[in-house]
Design a protein around this ligand. Structure first.
Ligand SMILES: Nc1nc2c(ncn2[C@@H]2O[C@H](COP(=O)(O)OP(=O)(O)OP(=O)(O)O)[C@@H](O)[C@H]2O)c(=O)[nH]1
Ligand SMILES: [Mg+2]
Length: 220
């Protein structure tokens, strides 16, 4: 048991070092690194497909999945540089994987890199990838109770994006409760609602990302 704890500590320490390297690399290039976290099928890739063509800066994507390059193919179809990482069973990305992924992107030509984490509401929230901030992506069909049931992600995320808002007329989703719970976990977090299929609400999130990049570049 003791040996196992020691090993875990070593792994955590190693990952801290990699997260710092990711942060330093992004700081050098003035790159904003955004870590998208949400359940499988929450609409993370669709959200990216919707916003990438609208972004006023040069973007790249690191795609994390257990298997396949399907999401990377979707992002590549948007004309954006993308790297696919397959964890081969791992339920989250770790900083050393992201560092390797960044090396395969044309970082000198990028302003913002999205990391789409492995679909999972639990484990990815516990790992520092060296990102500027985490985004919680939660969809209407998952139900309004998710923030309180998965508080770690929702309390850390600098912003929450509620997706699949086009389904609100068809599902018993208590939106007022959802946002009230989000606010109780993280009063300062920003909140967005996006219909990923039609794009309603995407513009506001794009504006938030562009302003946050500007703030980072100004060193504020
Ligand atoms: N109605 C509706 N469907 C959506 C929306 N966004 C995504 N979908 C659908 O939801 C399914 C999953 O979407 P993805 O974008 O692949 O979800 P994901 O979070 O990237 O999934 P993983 O990468 O597997 O975790 C697809 O069938 C999408 O077409 C939306 O805003 N409204
Ligand atoms: Mg995806």
């Amino acid at each position: 048991m003791n040996r196992r704890i020691t090993l875990n500590r070593r792994v955590a320490l190693a990952d801290e070092v990699y997260a710092r390297q990711v942060r330093e690399r992004c700081a050098q290039g003035g790159i904003l690194l955004v870590n998208l976290i949400g359940s499988p099928g929450a609409g993370k890739t669709t959200l990216l497909e919707r916003v990438l063509p609208q972004m006023p800066c040069r973007c790249g994507v690191v795609e994390g999945d257990v298997a396949t390059s399907r999401d990377a193919q979707r992002i590549a179809a948007c004309g954006v540089p993308v790297v696919q990482i397959n964890t081969g069973g791992g339920c989250h990305l770790e900083a050393h994987l992201v560092l390797r992924g960044l090396e395969d992107l044309p970082l000198d030509d990028l302003d913002l890199v999205f990391v789409e984490n492995v679909g999972n509401l639990v484990c990815p929230a516990e790992f520092d990838l060296g990102e500027d901030f985490k985004v919680a992506v939660s969809s209407v069909p998952e139900g309004a109770d998710k923030p309180l049931k998965y508080p770690s992600l929702f309390s850390q995320a600098a912003c929450v994006v509620l997706t699949k808002t086009d389904l609100l007329p068809y599902l018993p989703f208590d939106e007022e409760l959802f946002w009230k719970d989000v606010e109780s976990l993280n009063p300062r977090g920003r909140r967005f609602r996006v219909d990923g299929l039609r794009g309603d609400g995407a513009e506001e999130w794009v504006r938030f990302l562009a302003e946050t990049l500007e703030t980072k570049r100004c060193g504020a």
